[in-house]
Design a protein around this ligand. Structure first.
Ligand code: MG
Length: 156
């Protein structure tokens, strides 16, 4: 087995959709970025690439490449899965923590989990997503941005 960790941050800004785990969440602001800025999927992909020894999504999908402008991160997950499959690696499980003061994410977590499980070709019970506020502290607490941590296991 191989373990991987991923971490990502995106700034919250007006005039953007908020997409987390491939799910559009109603909110007055969204995450800024070159792609759809799905911070959850970015952290998950970095954990997968980390476990596989394949660097990170910044190397795989450069943010100055017009092919990735506005792209759904779900499509990038598919590409990461192709890289894992080429190395005969499959995902054992993933565990994700979203750091967000607002909006409340609890009601959207089952849908995010289903999307992510499908993308990773896993039963839902091998995918865990949780969200926490940071008690108003720091950039996540002030609502400047959303951060996400992910850990995964890969099996050979
Ligand atoms: Mg990112």
């Amino acid at each position: 087995m191989r373990i991987g960790h991923g971490y990502d941050v995106h700034r919250l800004t007006e005039g953007r959709k908020l997409i987390l785990g491939g799910v559009e969440i109603p909110f007055e602001r969204g995450l800024d970025g070159h792609s759809d800025a799905d911070v959850l999927l970015h952290a998950v992909m970095d954990s997968l690439l980390g476990a596989a020894g394949l660097r990170d999504i910044g190397v795989l999908f450069p943010d100055n490449d017009p092919r990735y402008e506005g792209i759904s991160s779900m499509l990038l997950v598919r590409e990461v899965m192709n890289h894992l499959e080429a190395q005969k690696l499959r995902v054992g499980n993933v565990d994700v923590t979203i750091l967000a003061q607002r909006p409340k994410l609890k009601d959207y977590i089952p849908q995010m989990r289903d999307h992510l499980a499908q993308a990773l070709k896993l039963p839902a019970e091998r995918v865990n997503i949780k969200a926490t506020t940071e008690e108003g502290l720091g950039f996540t607490g002030s609502g400047e941005g959303i951060a996400c941590h992910a850990v995964c296991l890969l099996e050979e």
